[in-house]
Design a protein around this ligand. Structure first.
Ligand code: PEP
Ligand code: MN
Length: 264
């Protein structure tokens, strides 16, 4: 993988001058919730809006996403508020629908990255598309699987790739929902020096209290950006209620973060 110095993601970060911020709800739930969140985030230093439309959940009988209808709402955020928009794709049909709606950036989730055939099917659907793609680490701490997924996407002609570190599941009790095992994304960065690596403190922490220290750690380690789940009413969110923050809560976190490193 030959990552270009100035790609979509480095431009988001002002040509590496600062970490970039992606925020928005875990799941798009209603048009009002999406628009309300996006309007509040537009006033902040947020570079891109996120919302899950298709949600591969670990257990059945949980909210698996609003589906196609939600793409229209992301389209509205893009057109009416001028924010870039991103969503998760878990199969080829998702890619086709997201590209039709001109979603700016797609990402592959942790439960999909573990499956090479699923990733390859997504990569095949991406072939010829001009869309940046972010690849979350697999749920298990397997660097080769993470790199393999990035390569499959890259080999399909998507040179604007980024990785998202969202922590790894563990059976051991931990204060984290997904243990960070920082040495793994550090190793990824050392092998692919220009690959943008974004940290997702929300899925690492699993609670609001740890968002600030995990975000600060990510910046201290020189990672390129943060993805933080933001919801107007986190306690009543249909997915991940413990870890989402309100737009005001996000603003507070961002204001406390210290960008000490100069090597963005
Ligand atoms: C998400 O970003 O909402 C999500 C489902 O994350 P992950 O794939 O990291 O579990
Ligand atoms: Mn989530």
């Amino acid at each position: 993988m030959e990552i270009k110095e100035h790609n979509f993601f480095s431009n988001l970060a002002g040509g590496h001058s600062r970490p970039f911020i992606i925020a928005g709800p875990c799941s798009a739930e209603s048009e009002t919730q999406v628009m309300q969140t996006a309007e509040a985030l537009r006033e902040q230093q947020v570079d891109m809006f996120r919302a899950g439309i298709w949600k591969p959940r670990s257990r059945p009988n949980t909210f698996e996403g609003i589906g196609l209808e939600g793409l229209q709402w992301l389209g509205r955020v893009k057109r009416e508020l001028g924010l870039r928009v991103s969503t998760e794709v878990a199969n080829a049909r998702h890619v086709e629908e997201a590209l039709k709606q001109e979603i700016d950036v797609l990402w592959i989730g942790a439960r999909t990255t573990v499956n090479p055939f699923a990733v390859q099917e997504i990569a095949n659907a991406l072939n010829g598309a001009n869309v940046p793609v972010m690849v979350k680490n697999p749920v298990n701490p397997d660097l080769a699987l993470w790199i393999g997924a990035l390569e499959r996407v890259y080999n399909a002609g998507i040179t604007d790739v980024a990785a998202i570190h969202r922590g790894f599941s563990s059976y051991e009790p931990s204060k984290y929902r997904n243990v960070p095992l920082w040495q793994i994304p550090i190793e990824l960065k050392s092998r692919f020096k220009k690959l943008p690596v974004i940290v997702d403190p929300s899925h690492i922490a699993g609670n609001r209290e740890l968002l600030l220290p995990v975000s600060q750690k990510a910046l201290d380690l020189g990672f390129d950006g943060l993805m933080i789940e933001t919801h107007p009413d986190p306690a009543n969110a249909l997915s991940d209620p413990e870890q989402q923050v309100t737009p005001a809560g996000l603003q507070e976190i961002l204001s406390k973060l210290q960008v000490r490193k100069t090597n963005y």
